[in-house]
Design a protein around this ligand. Structure first.
Ligand SMILES: *Cc1c(COP(=O)(O)O)cnc(C)c1O
Length: 243
């Protein structure tokens, strides 16, 4: 098991490196986040001890359940699932970044809680660039007004945009939803919203990380290619599912 994870990690880093080379990008501009939903703490530990330091979970409960076993390790934690407002307080115990900020009520709730705690966190605005109803995220046209609106919350540091691209067996069908995220970032820059620069793109998973890097991704979120199949009937985008 240990050998597998380490081998897989190396493969993924090789893929990232090749994709960067192919598009003339610096590997330092593409971070790897381990998507660890359903992955037991002991397996996460192997990856961290092999040199990784960034993980993402889709459910507060998974952070909580794995926390004690990972306490001695230096890990940066991001939340990448659909976050219910009533879980905000608990999630904030674990994470330094919410990558899945997808609605005003959530921004409001985060701000309220962060003010109480007198701290700020990083956020990515999640955009539904594949136009699939099953996916969370703002629709592309909502993004600029949303960002203008949440800028009043000084506890939320807007770091970039996140999307879950359209997954398909045909490569070229996956590209438009990745390209669109980059276009939305350009539109944000054109809107010249004060204080917003150097926005990162969080996109690319096991299936589409090469395409995502070609389209400008700064942060790929990879689970299956590192830890193997999750053997689930359906994906857990939503933390409400399979509780
Ligand atoms: C599970 C998940 C990933 C990783 O997906 P894989 O196909 O297992 O690499 C990335 N992002 C989010 C939001 C996820 O839920």
């Amino acid at each position: 098991m240990k050998e597998n994870i380490i081998y897989n990690l190396k493969q993924v880093h090789d893929r990232i490196e090749k994709a960067c080379k192919a598009s003339g990008r610096d590997t330092a501009d593409v971070q790897l986040l381990l998507a660890t939903k359903t992955v037991p703490a002991e397996r996460i530990r192997i990856a961290i001890e092999a040199g990784e330091n960034l993980i993402g979970e889709n459910k507060m409960q998974e952070f909580r359940d794995k926390d004690s076993e990972l306490k001695d390790l230096n890990i940066e934690r991001h939340f990448i699932g659909h976050l219910q407002t009533n879980k905000v307080k608990d999630v904030l115990k674990y994470v330094s970044c919410i990558q899945s900020l997808d609605r005003l009520s959530l921004a409001e709730e985060l701000h309220k809680q962060l003010q109480k705690e007198n701290r700020a966190i990083a956020v990515f605005v999640q955009v539904n660039t594949s136009f699939e109803e099953s996916k969370f995220g703002l629709s592309p046209t909502e993004v600029i007004p949303f960002i203008k609106e949440i800028r009043k919350y000084d506890t939320l540091k807007i770091k970039g945009l996140m999307t879950i691209g359209l997954l398909d067996v045909e490569k070229e069908k996956m590209r438009p939803s990745l390209h669109l995220l980059k276009e939305i970032r350009d539109q944000i820059y054109e809107a010249e919203i004060e204080g917003l620069s150097n926005l990162k793109l969080s996109m690319g998973m096991s299936q589409d990380l090469e395409l995502a890097i070609a389209e400008g991704s700064n942060l790929v979120r990879v689970g299956t290619s590192i830890f193997g199949n999750r053997f689930l009937g359906k994906e857990i985008w939503n933390e409400n599912i399979a509780e």
